[in-house]
Design a protein around this ligand. Structure first.
Ligand code: SF4
Length: 347
């Protein structure tokens, strides 16, 4: 093994060494599954992290160091990195605190797909709200009133920054939840399983495949807690309907699958021809052509629409209740619907 390889291997091993007191709740996990957090505090056995996890954690450290370094260069001695936040329930570490601006900076590294489709994540906003709520001086005054949640796309180094304003309602709700989880942990109790075994957060889809929560085996086993067949009180009518539903749904899924397989090559060809036409129209400087037989092919460039993720903005405290009130006349209410999920069993 080369010297460099050995160094990196040692570093990855060091990354996996536990840095936290296991008996405490971690503020970085506020917003994550409560059952998982209590199990960790109670020392339940968990799947040990792999080398792949170590690389993932290290990716986060690299992104954080990159952003922190820019602050240090531009504002020497004006910022503090890795500030500890103490609470009666556990500790947290703020990536960067800028006292002169009452600002906290939290850096997250993500892949290209998440960067474009899945940020900001609710649990990251909750983590930052927790820091804003608990980070106080000896007089109990909060040391920051706003934060920047920074996402770095590790494939391209693009960056998006989400402002987060302290929201006392959320801060208090976070504290209340931690109080409750501490009470449960002291009694050796666990919050109930409220997630499906094959969905987030019990499993995560990564570029390497599906990854299970390290505590999965303590929550899901052969018997599925969400399946009425295992509820202990099978209802005859429900069982019959489930059997019929499963059969019909299976047939429908199969038909849709074969329809998709049959149309896919044609769709691909249509896209290919559109791309070729696009190049020709660009060359001719036109948006429409008419063939001698009268066939007309018109191209219309439809601009992308700007949409607003108001749920996240509300959690980040930048979309206030006053703003919400002012926007109410423009609100449009869609009808609700019932979602049915069929899973497990023989199909
Ligand atoms: S498997 Fe699911 S319910 Fe269980 S601890 Fe993990 S995330 Fe929570």
């Amino acid at each position: 093994m080369s010297v460099t390889e050995e160094l990196i291997q040692n570093r990855l091993r060091a990354v996996l060494q536990p840095k936290f007191d296991r008996a405490e709740f971690r503020l970085s996990e506020v917003g994550k599954c409560p059952r998982m957090r209590v199990m960790r505090v109670l020392g339940y056995e968990e799947q040990p992290p792999t080398e792949e996890d170590a690389r993932y954690f290290e990716r986060g450290h690299i992104a954080e160091a990159w952003v922190v370094q820019q602050y240090r260069r531009t504002y020497p001695r004006h910022t503090r990195a890795q500030m500890k936040v103490h609470t009666p329930y556990g500790t947290g570490h703020i990536d960067l605190w800028f006292p002169g601006k009452a600002l906290i900076v939290e850096v997250k590294s993500v892949g290209r797909w998440s960067f474009d489709n899945a940020i900001p994540r609710d649990e990251h906003i909750a983590q930052v709200q927790a820091y804003l709520h608990f980070f106080r001086d000896h007089k109990g005054q909060r040391r920051a009133d706003h934060a920047e949640l920074v996402y770095v796309d590790m494939d391209t180094l693009r960056m998006r920054v989400f402002p987060v304003q302290y929201d006392p309602t959320q801060g208090e709700a976070i504290e209340k939840e931690l109080e409750q989880l501490t009470r449960m942990a002291n009694l050796g109790q666990l919050p109930p399983v409220t997630y499906f075994p094959d969905q987030e957060p019990c499993v995560t889809h990564t570029p390497q495949g599906v990854k299970r929560c390290p505590f999965w085996q303590h929550c899901h086993s052969e018997t599925d807690p969400f399946d009425p067949l295992y509820s202990g009180k099978p209802d005859e009518e429900a069982l019959q309907l489930i059997a019929q539903y499963r059969e019909v749904k299976s047939k429908l899924d199969e038909l849709e699958k074969s329809h998709k397989q049959a149309t896919e090559p044609l769709r691909a060809k249509v896209t290919e021809l559109q791309e070729a036409l696009d190049a020709v129209y660009d060359r001719l400087g036109v948006d429409e052509t008419i063939a001698p037989d009268g066939t007309t092919v018109k191209r219309t460039k439809v601009p992308g629409r700007l949409t607003w993720d108001l749920d996240s903005a509300e959690k980040a405290g930048v979309f206030t209740s006053e703003m919400k009130q002012a926007l109410l006349p423009f609100a449009k209410q869609t009808g609700g619907y019932t979602r049915w999920t069929l899973k497990g069993g023989k199909r």
